[in-house]
Design a protein around this ligand. Structure first.
Ligand code: HEC
Ligand code: HEC
Length: 202
């Protein structure tokens, strides 16, 4: 009797294990939680990137986040690290990640701007009408990224990438920054990084 009942339990447990194993591809929540956790290594546990060359993604606009993941996936935006990260992700995974990160609170990072950089930046922003697309507080919108409070080194690098067409995702951005010097881009990056009052539009 004891043997029969223990056999019965084994069968039940094995059946359940098999059932769970069969279900796991259809339950993205486990995979999603793991994927979200893996992003923290660079994009930060609490939204503050582990290094200023890494962008803030917490609180970034959803449509923009999704576009970037998609562009990394198809190689339209080139970055070796992000390409390997999005490689195994499905469209549904990327949508879930974009939704998740857009819902997080943008982290406040202290990045100061000096008076000279501020003046240079304001002049360029007025001339090039950056706020026509990124809006008055650099909060962006569905497809335009929030720039306010983004990490300074990342902003500088990605603007240099637009200028050189290394980042070829926006002809508008590449042509707007075509004639800007590194000094000008540094001033722009420092100024936009110092902004804290933007309210992100999802
Ligand atoms: C090993 C470090 C690393 C990990 C892990 C990582 N990223 Fe990134 N991510 C980067 C770097 C570096 C960039 C900037 C790429 C560039 O300069 O073009 C980036 C850029 C991005 C961008 C574009 C942001 C913008 O403002 O344009 C998004 C979105 C993004 N990552 C999402 C994710 C998600 C979601 C995960 C987890 C599934 C993740 N990343 C994991 C390093 C990482
Ligand atoms: C015509 C609309 C438009 C104007 C004007 C514009 N931008 Fe953009 N900007 C965009 C779009 C769209 C993107 C996203 C491109 C993509 O999908 O990769 C972008 C992306 C960026 C990024 C990348 C942010 C990130 O998280 O990777 C920076 C930085 C930026 N713009 C700065 C500027 C500055 C500085 C100006 C003024 C000199 C400016 N933009 C003017 C439309 C515009």
């Amino acid at each position: 009797m004891a043997q029969a009942s223990s056999l019965g339990q084994t069968i039940t447990v094995t059946g359940l294990t098999l059932l769970l194993a069969a279900c796991s591809p259809a339950t993205p929540s486990t995979n999603l939680a793991e994927a979200i956790q893996s992003c923290a290594a660079c994009h930060g546990e609490n939204g503050v990137p582990t290094d200023p060359t890494m962008p803030v993604i917490w609180g970034q606009n959803r449509g923009y986040l999704l576009n970037q993941l998609h562009d990394f996936k198809i190689g339209h935006r080139k970055n070796e690290i992000m390409a390997s990260i999005v490689e195994p992700l499905s469209r549904t995974d990327m949508e879930a990640l974009a939704t998740h990160f857009a819902q997080q609170k943008w982290p406040a990072i202290d990045q100061a701007v000096d008076a000279k950089s501020e003046q240079v930046a304001i002049n360029i922003i007025d001339t090039k009408q950056c706020t026509a697309c990124h809006h008055d507080r650099f909060q962006g919108d569905t497809i335009r990224p929030r720039l306010a409070g983004q990490t300074v080194d990342y902003l500088l690098k990605t603007m240099q990438d637009f200028r050189s067409h290394e980042r070829g995702t926006s002809l508008a951005m590449s042509s707007l920054l075509r004639d800007e010097s590194d000094e000008d881009l540094k001033s722009l990056a420092t100024y936009m990084a110092s902004k804290k009052d933007a309210i992100a539009q999802k």
